[in-house]
Design a protein around this ligand. Sequence first.
Ligand code: GMT
Length: 376
Amino acid sequence: MNIGIVCYPTYGGSGVVATELAKGLANRGHNLHILSYARPARLDTLRTDITFHEVDLSSYPLFEYPPYDLALANKMVELIEYANLDVLHVHYAIPHATSAYLARQIVNENSCKVPVITTLHGTDITLVGSNPTYKKVVDFSINQSDGVTAVSEYLKQETYKLFDIKKEIKVIPNFIDLDRFKRSKKEHFKKAICPEGEKVITHVSNFREVKRVTDVVEAFAQLLKNGVPSKLLMVGDGPDRSKAEQKCRDLKVCEHVRFLGKQEQVEEVLSIADLFMIPSGSETFGLAALEAMSCSVPVISSNVGGLPEVNIDGETGYVCELGDVECMGRLATKILKDEKLHKKMSKAARKRAELFEIDKIVSIYEEYYLEVKANM
Ligand code: GMT
């Protein structure tokens, strides 16, 4: 098939899922076209079966805000017509699903019938989309898609709750490359960070408010107080980084915490981790948790959104009430003080990650494309 994928080019979340899906589909023999305003971070190798199309925003003095959605729709029309697309798959409802609707209206006049599939990832629904500023447009655009998928059961239910959706939403979870995200030997790195054999706790995110990075530091401080010699590695960067740094100073744990900034090879850091913390206030799936689990790292998460669908309480780690840092610190201590329990949870984490293996999930998307196309 000739498949168009529209996404944000971001380092994490939906941008990563969309780009990895494109690579997975190309590996299965399809021709992929990716549309975005910049080259996606994960589209890092030159391949003949994936073409990147940059959506160009020409500025004009009248436009205080250049209309990206229109430029995108125009690019979609070109692709549908000239690349002979079989499927147009947009990731994130705003504004991608809306631009796709417009593009399809334009090409329908030339009777090109290309199915539009929208994948909902999270904040497009839970935070931004339900805002009255966009709600009616999002409602309409989702209903106009020929196929709609969500990355977790939670997101599916939340979408039905927040919007007036008449379409059946299919849950297709996020996925993981088990060969890339596996534990590898990084003894020299571990020794440099933990010269006394301390435990390693990690957190990976874009440090947005919703990630509650200060909760990570609070739970970690508790772990130290409970007598577990450990180091905290904070990977990523974003608006709340200075709040997290301040929290370290307030709790006097700075010497045990390292802020590593954005890292391309997260799996290397995860390879020396003993525990992963993700205390988010909203998380439709939690790809970062899945990446950790794939590297055999047990997870302590909050109980919000899709996190409990990924991290199974008492099996692959523990799930605590949102904001309950005492619970997070206490259960982190429990895992790290009990070698047998840690080993059992590490194994279970990897085993659970295997259920989300990339090839399995990519073929579900492939079948879904064919099903939607056949029903048109
Ligand atoms: O979490 C982020 O800040 C990025 C965000 C996005 O929109 O790209 O990620 C969302 O999509 C990911 C991929 O499906 C999910 O794993 C994340 O849980 C989800 N983030 C939120 O719901 C906050």
